[in-house]
Write a protein that binds this ligand. Structure first.
Ligand code: SAH
Length: 297
């Protein structure tokens, strides 16, 4: 098991994701002889997990069952212990796309936070890329390092404990892309520029408030970044519903169209239609994503 490679079978030492239904998940560190309590009863690691195929349905002590899933960055985002606010799948998808991340990319990130975005970056840049992630909160940096090792991606990432606004990313002229999720990203813009390759690269900054976006755009422009633009990802999931629509009554037919089949009697009253509707309420704003390009120097 690794967060960047798939294996068929659950093994001792893996981190597996237990799916409890209704979008509820928990992470389990698989240990020979270990036991994990779920709301459906206990899962015994040696008997129920080790050697079984990922995706298996496992019956628990109380007779209920769970599915044991191979970890992915997407599952980790909805399972991880929150130490900070985190980025979710919709924003992460836009970031990896717009930063043009691919296998082999070198990426700088700050702050590491809970590592939600970091795992998605690692999966995109594996097996030959590298992530330099900067976090000034000691415990968060240590916990992230621990998790990268447990998830077997430590060889792809360097965690630096420092203030990115004062001390930068610790790399010069090496990055293809830089991502910022800090309260004062404009302070880190000169360091982002220094970290990017001389042939150019992409930068993205995530900020919840538009005043932060304005200051970041100004700093990007002052440092000769190009193609500066801000977008917001708003996910509208449409629901399929059956609705009943009253049909208009155009009065008696005087001259029926020759080929038209006769209308069934029920059609004169109402028709049941399948339709999609946008949600009436939805969590909309997470943050603004500001992107820019450093041109070749
Ligand atoms: N994108 C992350 C969440 C980042 S939360 C995720 O998806 O999980 C923001 C993090 O930035 C916090 O952990 C905070 O400690 C860190 N941070 C804020 N300012 C910083 C700075 N100047 N240097 C380094 N880290 C910083």
């Amino acid at each position: 098991m690794s967060f960047v490679e798939y294996s068929d079978e659950i093994a001792d030492g893996d981190v597996a994701v237990v799916y409890l239904g209704r979008e509820s998940t928990m992470a389990v560190k698989v240990r020979r002889g270990g036991r994990t309590q779920t709301r459906y009863g206990a899962v015994r690691h040696s008997a129920d997990l080790i050697g079984r195929r990922y995706g298996a349905k496992v019956t628990c002590g109380k007779g209920g069952w769970v599915h044991v899933l191979h970890p992915t960055p997407e599952l980790w985002t909805v399972t991880l212990p929150h130490r900070t606010q985190i980025l979710y799948a919709a924003d992460i998808a836009a970031v990896t796309l717009m930063l043009e991340l691919k296998p082999g990319s070198v990426v700088c990130e700050s702050g590491t936070g809970s590592g939600s975005l970091s795992h998605a970056i690692l999966r995109s840049i594996a097996p030959t890329g590298h992530l330099h992630t900067v976090e000034f909160h000691q415990q968060r940096a240590e916990k992230a390092e621990e998790e990268f090792a447990e998830h077997r991606v430590a060889h792809l990432v360097t965690v630096r404990k420092r203030d990115v606004c004062k001390d930068g990313f610790g790399v010069t002229g090496a990055a293809d892309a830089v991502f910022l999720d800090i309260p004062d990203p404009w302070e880190a813009v000169p360091h982002a520029k220094a970290a990017l390759k001389a042939r150019g690269g992409r930068v993205c900054s995530f900020s919840p408030c538009v005043e932060q976006v304005q200051r970041t755009c100004q700093a990007l422009s002052d440092h000769n970044f190009e193609e500066i633009g801000t977008l917001e990802v708003v996910l509208r999931v449409h629901e399929v519903r059956t609705v009943s629509l009253p049909l208009p009554d155009f009065g008696p037919r005087v001259a029926p169209v020759p080929e038209a089949p006769p209308l069934p009697a029920s059609d004169h009253a109402a028709a049941a239609l399948k339709t999609t509707t946008p949600p009436r309420q939805m969590p909309a704003h997470t943050g603004y994503l500001t992107f820019a390009t450093k041109p070749r120097t």
